[in-house]
Design a protein around this ligand. Structure first.
Ligand code: ZN
Length: 94
């Protein structure tokens, strides 16, 4: 039985039972936060040297970036915004 008749598949559902949420470590403050609350940010060093950019294959540049999870308070502090995930969060951070 479908939950809703919305014409799109919902992602990022909070499917875990209470108390069994997967915790991730915030990349900024190191706090343990539930994964569904976090924001995903890619942190890495940018190659700005054009000579190095010519030597490095562009396909490999993304391997330098690191995926980090950011807790909501740090996301607000660092102005990381992922709009549109839920209608309620759309009105936050604005
Ligand atoms: Zn944090």
């Amino acid at each position: 039985m479908p939950v809703s008749e919305a014409p799109y598949t919902r992602k990022w559902q909070h499917t875990h039972t209470r108390g069994h949420e997967s915790l991730v470590t915030c990349g900024y403050c190191g706090r343990q936060v539930p994964k569904y609350k976090t924001f995903i940010k890619f942190r890495g060093f940018r190659i700005t040297d054009p000579t190095v950019l010519q030597q490095v294959d562009k396909r490999y540049i993304h391997t330098f970036s690191q995926k980090i999870y950011v807790c909501p308070s740090c996301a607000r502090f660092h102005r990381i915004v992922q709009r549109g995930r839920t209608a309620r969060k759309k009105h936050l951070f604005r």
